[in-house]
Design a protein around this ligand. Structure first.
Ligand SMILES: Cc1cc2nc3c(=O)[nH]c(=O)nc-3n(C[C@H](O)[C@H](O)[C@H](O)COP(=O)(O)OP(=O)(O)OC[C@H]3O[C@@H](n4cnc5c(N)ncnc54)[C@H](O)[C@@H]3O)c2cc1C
Length: 410
């Protein structure tokens, strides 16, 4: 006899756990199927911007956050200069970020969803959907103790860049959209409490300035997360070897960071970044895609955790409404909201990353932005998508004007 619940969530990462928390807190029966066993290693920079911090606070995780490593902004290194750009002080977003290894972060958030009543099945891989007259009504899962079918009114897909299950639903990443690639590893470093997201612009492969950046994020436990990311808008991205790019980057980090072969703590791990709303539409009969499974990473800065939390909660809200209204299988309203909330900004972002894909333009923009703290601060606010409609600063007026322009579709 198959199990029956209101909602099955595929994946217990940021988007899956945020969705599960939202629905369980509203009294719905939710099962999260997670193929791994937590805590598990996850390839990530571990950086949480104010957008991500905001959702964690909204979920009621204030007490946990209090002990995590805080950062006050971005310290940009390029053109032999260093600019310190604090996060803007806005009503809508906190003015700080956090660093938390994903191994711990994902466990805390999933445990939180469980404490609200979500049932978590670890070691459970979702293999295929169950359809009834074209509508998804559950999933088939594989576990060590055998296969099972879980029936549900709705399915939320937060499987990340795994893609296998997403493809069985007829959704795939649009190859014409930009994609990111990134690699990271941990080092011992005296910069464990630097208080900044350190970022190096104009990372080079040969003579070319690549669209991307290298980072050193302070973990606070004696270590730092060091990595480098690159965009597919660079014409010759296929020729770039990420491991070599990482070791080149490590070699240009100033010696006082003490990041070298003697302080290395882990081997490099790389992953893909699905960005810019590249999987569309993110819903279908009976199912919703969230986070990376919907291609929701911000193309401008490679940040995906905040968008995974936000879309997870959004999916939860639309399904909560559908369940209350009598389980209408159409979830178009979710896709409409994704377009309304992120569409204009992501359109701009896709154009921006196309421009910086040209090494010369990338070099030109970096050298100009590094000459002016005000310009770098505006760029930082735009790239981190920290819009606040209630604020009236010059920066926010420019942000609004750019979003308005992007809303205009010829
Ligand atoms: C090197 C690198 C650095 C990054 N740095 C940052 C950063 O500093 N800050 C930031 O905001 N973003 C960063 N990102 C992006 C960020 O990691 C992702 O956007 C984020 O993890 C997306 O969350 P998610 O819940 O959508 O997917 P995931 O975090 O990938 O979670 C998916 C979960 O689903 C499970 N799963 C997959 N398939 C199945 C299946 N069939 N059945 C059951 N379970 C399944 C997986 O085990 C996983 O736990 C980085 C990415 C990379 C590659």
């Amino acid at each position: 006899m198959p199990t029956e619940v209101d909602v099955v969530v595929v994946g217990g990462g940021p988007s899956g756990s945020a969705a599960a928390h939202y629905l369980a807190a509203r009294g719905h029966s939710v099962v999260v199927c997670e193929r791994e066993t937590f805590p598990r290693e996850k390839t990530c920079g571990d950086g949480l911007t104010p957008r991500a911090v905001k959702v964690l606070l909204d979920m009621g995780l204030d007490e946990d956050l209090a002990g995590w490593e805080r950062v006050v902004g971005l310290r940009v290194h390029a053109e032999r200069r260093i600019l310190e750009i604090p996060f803007p002080k806005l009503e809508r977003w906190p003015d700080y970020g956090l660093v938390k290894p994903r191994k711990d972060l994902d466990e805390v958030v999933l445990d939180h969803a469980e404490s609200f009543g979500a049932k978590v099945l670890f070691g459970t891989t979702v293999t295929e959907p169950v359809f009834d007259r074209g509508v998804v009504v559950g999933v088939k899962v594989k576990r060590d103790d055998g296969d099972e079918e879980i029936r549900s009114k709705f399915v939320i897909v937060g499987e990340g860049t795994g893609t296998k299950f997403t493809r069985t639903l007829g959704r795939d990443r649009d190859p014409a959209y930009p994609m990111g690639f990134a690699i990271r590893q941990y080092f011992d470093s005296p910069f464990e409490h630097s208080g900044w997201f350190d970022a190096w612009l104009g990372v080079k492969s040969g003579v070319d300035s690549l669209p991307g950046y290298g980072w050193v994020f302070p973990v606070g436990d004696g270590s730092v997360n060091v990595g480098v990311g690159l965009l597919s808008t660079f014409e010759r991205w296929r020729e770039v070897n990420l491991r070599r790019l990482q070791s080149n980057f490590v070699s240009v980090i100033p010696p006082d960071f003490e990041i070298n072969s003697h302080t290395v703590l882990s081997r490099e791990r790389a992953g893909r970044l699905f960005m810019g709303q590249s999987i569309w539409p993110p819903h279908g009969p009976g199912f919703i895609l969230t986070g990376d499974a919907a291609g929701m990473i911000n193309p401008c800065n490679g940040e995906g955790i905040a968008y995974a939390y936000e879309t997870g909660r959004m999916a939860g809200r639309h399904i909560d409404e559908a369940l209350r209204a009598g389980s209408s299988p159409s979830l178009e309203s979710y896709t409409a909201e994704i377009e309304r909330v992120y569409g204009p900004y992501y359109r701009l972002g896709r154009r921006f990353v196309k421009v910086i894909g040209h090494p010369r333009l990338m070099g030109f923009l970096v050298s100009n932005a590094m000459r002016s703290e005000a310009l770098m601060s505006l760029t930082f606010t735009l790239l981190a998508n920290l819009e606040d409609r209630r604020a009236h600063s010059g920066q926010q007026k420019i942000f609004k004007a750019m979003n308005k322009l992007a809303e205009w579709k010829p």
